[in-house]
Ligand binder design. Structure first.
Ligand SMILES: [Zn+2]
Length: 116
């Protein structure tokens, strides 16, 4: 489950930022997770719980993870149609050609976090 490693990286990022802001304990993390980001929301939640159970200093015991799912979107460069692609190589349903450019869905980022 690579989400554990991903969550470790995310928490490291937050930790570095929190130190600059003099935040000692994080109580809430909001993540944006794209449908095509290769990270599964359920697995990210499990990973978050694993880190909480390890009692790492920066996370409150009851810290909350909010996942905002970003739907994938693609726009065809040939006909301009916007549609919902099911994979990274987006085949336009009009042109039947892999001419779609992904405009959303690959995001994996921290939207915000809270702490004190
Ligand atoms: Zn098209």
């Amino acid at each position: 489950m690579h989400e554990v490693a991903l969550m470790g990286d995310i928490l490291d990022l937050i930790k570095n930022d929190a130190e600059k802001r003099n935040i000692k304990r994080v109580s809430k993390v909001e993540l944006v997770v794209g449908e095509l980001s290769n990270a599964l929301p359920d697995a990210l939640e499990m990973a978050f719980d694993i880190f909480k159970s390890r009692n790492i200093e920066m996370l409150q015991k009851d810290a909350e993870l909010i996942i905002i799912k970003e739907e994938a979107k693609a726009k065809c460069v040939l006909c301009g149609l916007e549609y919902h692609p099911s994979q990274h190589v987006a085949v336009c349903p009009e042109c039947n050609f892999p001419s779609g450019e992904l405009t959303a869905g690959e995001t994996l980022k921290v939207k915000s976090y809270q702490g004190e």
